[in-house]
Design a protein around this ligand. Structure first.
Ligand code: 13P
Length: 254
């Protein structure tokens, strides 16, 4: 891993927990990260939208960042139920996840929509965590790398830089299933992603590539040691502070 890519361990809480649960979880992660005193890795938690302000407030001044799980492409307007990137930024978010497979599936988000959301994140001064990944059917058909190329071309705006974007590779079949690709498969996918990014942006070598899909404390060290894996996007295991901190501990710096 190039020393310029500081590992990022990100928790995607999805639609889980009350406000009180979220604030307590954030405080526990903040306390653990302060004790560890890490300066060579970054931690991020992405709570449900209703919790972002309180979680960001609880994390203020500490080592853990807060982020959103989604944003609308527009800054304001008649979009019932949606949230603008500017709104997330105003309450203390630093990052926003865009194009998660659950958004692509549940809300029909296309590559073009995801790309517009990444641009919206930048407009608001947020770092976009752009998600890509193949379905089981695509994997079984031997089309994983082709799908990743298509999603990168479609979802990653041409103006992406190492400072404004993070890529997350999340095989859809590995999310919440306890299944993960082999280390060799993760290495091949990440090498391919880096190469595909290099074809469309100058700073591809500096962009952090996260792996996501059934990451837990027991497999984190193995996955985070893979070349071109610069962190993790963690779902279920990020809802437990000790487990999430153990994953962060397993990250390889520089
Ligand atoms: P799990 O870690 O629960 O498999 O979820 C991964 C994910 O979707 C993170 O965005």
């Amino acid at each position: 891993m190039a020393s310029t890519r500081r590992p990022l361990i990100a928790g995607n809480w999805k639609m889980n927990g009350t406000l009180a649960d979220g604030v307590a979880l954030a405080r526990a992660i903040d306390a653990g990260a302060r004790t560890a005193g890490w300066t060579d890795r970054e931690l991020l938690v992405c709570p449900p939208a209703t919790h972002v302000a309180a979680v960001a407030e609880a994390l203020k001044g500490g080592p853990v960042h807060a982020g959103g799980q989604d944003c609308h492409a527009k800054a304001s307007g008649a979009h019932t139920g949606d949230i603008a990137a500017e709104m997330l930024a105003a309450v203390g978010a630093r990052f926003v996840i865009v194009g998660h497979s659950e958004r692509r599936t549940d809300h029909g988000e296309t590559d073009a929509v995801v790309r517009a959301k990444a641009e919206a994140a930048w407009r608001a001064g947020l770092i976009a965590v752009i998600c890509i990944g193949e379905t089981l059917a695509e994997r079984d058909a031997g089309r994983t790398l082709e799908v990743l190329s298509r999603q990168i071309t479609g979802s990653v705006p041409g103006a992406a830089t190492a400072a404004n974007s993070v890529l997350a590779y999340e095989p859809v079949w590995a999310i919440g299933t306890g299944k993960t690709p082999t280390v060799a498969e993760v290495a091949a996918a990440h090498a391919h992603i880096r190469k595909a990014l290099a074809a469309q942006m100058a700073e591809a070598a500096g962009v952090r590539l996260l792996y996501g899909g059934s990451v837990k404390a027991s497999n984190a060290a193995e996955l985070l040691a893979v070349a071109d894996v610069d962190g993790a996007l963690v779902g279920g295991a990020s809802l437990n502070a000790a487990e999430f901190l153990a994953i962060a501990k397993a990250a390889q710096s520089g």
